[in-house]
Design a protein around this ligand. Structure first.
Ligand code: GLA
Length: 367
């Protein structure tokens, strides 16, 4: 079983506002081998960490902590919670997604586990449901309130395409990126996303508060910021704190940018795509306030490099990675400038990964 990580092209912090996102699967991912057992034991071995745990299916309970084994254990729990008949299994996995860098190693682990459970127990669960069970494991078992984007991309991506997802209806469309001569550079700041879960939850809360106040002012009952317009936010501005004004503005503008990015890819207009990526980053920096000094420096260095169409922080923020769309020929110069700037101003030298849009979860290496 192989499940990839994800990198988001654009549409940040919009999934939990029932909005639009445009992620793609990385070529990096998690490979899992799985064997069915006849009892209710699950034995999970993380080869990269040199660790192994044994748990009993009947004793799984949510809220056990955020240790690595709770991600796959949570997926078993989610299957059982949904009423599937599931037996124990031996799972062994390894991978090449850098952990804690915002490239969704945890979603990849969940989706690989979900696909393995489905396959081993002959359940034929469809890919979208695998993503939903994985998200349920993360939300309810591990206790991280993520949206659906990461698991969706890991389960449903196809090579050469990004996925345009409507996070309310879960309708989605594979958008061909036609990147010939271009690459996606992933620049890992190596700043671990320490603040991210508290701040992430706070942003979710702020979006809810902003929506309540806008609804009250406008005398309406919209169910998410996805349905709100910039005109409505402006009309309700005196009702909102400055923070809530900026958060809601960002979400509404970011949704619009996703739609425009899809159009620009369809028209082959990479310079428009690049500008939208830059605008997304500045919004995340100034309005949503989830960037950090390191991500800003990496993005700004990329913007100033010839051959770079655009760059932005990707994922939840507070560390992690910047993604840059760059001409293949411009890659050495980009690397050179990033390393030069980082050596001057940052503690860590960033890591570089180059990816093409990869494939979603695939059933291979299972026995
Ligand atoms: C994390 C979450 C996603 C999404 C992004 C921000 O990666 O897991 O659901 O909210 O942050 O866009």
């Amino acid at each position: 079983m192989f499940a990839p990580g994800r990198v988001n092209l654009i549409g940040e912090h919009t999934d939990y506002n029932e909005g639009f996102v445009l992620p793609l699967a990385t070529e990096m991912g998690i490979t899992m081998k799985a064997v069915l057992r006849s009892d209710d034991l699950i034995r999970i071995k993380a080869v990269d960490l040199g660790e192994e745990v044994s748990l009993s299916l009947s004793e799984l309970k949510p809220g056990d902590g955020k240790q690595w084994w709770n991600y796959p254990a949570g997926v078993f729990w989610a299957f059982l919670e949904d009423g599937y008949q599931v037996k124990g299994a031996d799972l062994v996995f390894y991978g090449d997604i850098p952990i804690g860098s915002g490239l969704s190693s945890s979603a990849a682990l969940e989706v690989a586990t979900a696909a393995a459970i489905s396959k081993l127990n002959r359940l034929e669960v469809e890919a979208l449901k695998l993503a939903l069970l994985s998200q349920k494991a993360e939300n309810r078992y591990v206790g991280v309130q993520c949206g659906i984007m990461d698991q969706f991309a890991s389960a449903l991506a196809i090579t050469g395409h990004a996925i345009f997802i409507d996070c309310r209806s879960l309708d989605h469309e594979h958008i061909p990126l036609n990147l010939s001569g271009q690459v996606l550079a992933i620049i890992d700041s190596r700043v671990k996303r320490s603040l991210s879960s508290t701040e992430y939850n706070r942003r979710r809360e702020e979006c809810r508060e902003a929506l309540t106040l806008i609804n009250r002012k406008m005398g309406q009952k919209k169910s998410s910021l996805r349905d709100v317009s910039c005109i409505e936010i402006e009309s309700a501005r005196s009702f909102l704190t400055d923070v809530l004004y900026r958060r809601s503005r960002f979400v509404v503008e970011e949704n619009q940018r996703v739609i425009e990015t899809v159009k620009a890819f369809r028209a082959g207009d990479l310079s428009k795509v690049g500008q939208l990526m830059i605008d997304s980053h500045t919004g995340l920096r100034d309005l949503y306030e989830v960037s950090c000094r390191e991500l800003d420096l990496l993005a700004e260095t990329a913007w100033a490099t010839p051959g770079v169409w655009g760059a932005r922080m990707t994922g939840a923020g507070f560390g992690g990675c910047v993604i840059a769309l760059v001409e293949e020929a411009g890659l050495p110069e980009l690397k050179h400038r990033i390393l030069e700037q980082a050596a001057k101003a940052l503690i860590y030298l960033p890591n570089f990964y180059v990816t093409q849009p990869g494939a979603g979860c695939q059933a291979k290496e299972i026995y």
